[in-house]
Design a protein around this ligand. Sequence first.
Ligand code: GDP
Length: 478
Amino acid sequence: DTITVQELANRMAEKGADLVKALFKMGMPVTVNQTIDQDTAELLVTEFGHEIKRVSEADVDIRHDEDVDDAAALKSRAPVVTIMGHVDHGKTSLLDALRGANVQAGEAGGITQHIGAYQVKAKDGSAITFLDTPGHEAFTEMRARGANVTDIVILVVAADDGLKPQSIEAINHAKAAGVPIIVAINKIDKDGANPQRVRERLLEHEVIVEEMGGDVQNVEVSALKKQNLDKLLDAIAVQAEIMELKANPDRNAEGTVVEAKLDKGRGPVATILVRRGTLKVGDIFVCGAESGRVRALVNDKGQQIKEAGPSMPVEVLGLGGVPMAGDTLTVVENEARAREVAAYRQSEALKKRTAQAPVSLEGMFSALADKAKVIEYPVVIKGDVQGSVEAIVNALNKLSTDEIRVRVLHSGAGAITESDVTLAASTNAPIIGFNVRPNAKAREIANREKVRFLYYDVIYHLTEEIAKEMAGELGPER
Ligand code: GDP
């Protein structure tokens, strides 16, 4: 869920400019007309000493009904878990093993269906939902769209390989999202497995496991030999209990699209993770800019079910079109209302696409009122080889002055990926591609999120242009 700065200011009865200033101090140069995500909005609200009142998106859209669940109506719900880690450390194997472990435990009937998420039961009977697209691309993309569905991150680290760049990226993404981590030290069956070394290296990234005096759980597992999987499930259950995850199951459902596609036989199909309420066959809903009526619900075992409660992943049939991952599904009272909300969202989406947003000079200028502060110029840098990436980072750092400083959010060798784009989008940073281009998915997200690409093949052209842009950000008075 997102909100424009101005709209939030109106609701807080504060000046838009004051919010822009506060956001700037938090390192987010945005204008009053740009949107911020829910986490940021909440931070701002508390910063200004107001109370947070969550309302659902549909209500924000048109009628502003009070829509907060009574504490008494809340019941505990299953945690939603995402598995992240370096390539080849065993994310997919672990996801398969965890799901298999459950099937062997004698779960009745059904054939495993890959619908984007599945649920298993821990020994104590509590359920755990796993998103089965591993890796942080899915995680960050959902987050960039305002859908923070993950409660717990499992960081898989191969015991014979140790912490690697993507392990560290995963840690940073989890931390940025404020999501607790459980470390699964995998491949302990292998010669050369050194779990202790992993625990030590984690310290350097402020992930302090219990053995090291911290509170992060870690479990040594083998996805291949199916060792200690129940221990991992128990660790998740313990973490979930600490978090006291709750939702009201007795209300109109609200959920998030985890995956969506056009199925040849069944038409548009979306996997919805129910966030609160209970989704039922026959329910009328709005999903992103689409509307529909639930024709059938299919669970992760391919079985048709009548309803799905909080934290349950379920395929929904009966959509008017294919929504996008991260979209919100909201059940509404009737079709007229569904059409009204869908039309509103479509016009909003159009506005967003046509809005001029890439550079936020206005935000920069109002932030300049606070002159003592150094302006940051955030960038993401990708290049064909590590050597040139390092050279670019060094050259850009030299452009920094007392007034404006280059802030490299992320740099690395390789094509520009979705993860780079979502990171850039969250801070309005351009992405510099040195002899590299974005992949198709990255380009698509960049279009939607209005992220700028700057391509170069000569380093001094790059520094020259960035220097000009930085001077521009400082404004005409300099
Ligand atoms: P991902 O890229 O993180 O999804 O990793 P995969 O699940 O595809 O695993 C990469 C390789 O490691 C595959 O060849 C797996 O068979 C192997 N692998 C995964 N888990 C284990 C394990 O616990 N022990 C051993 N020996 N090999 C494993």
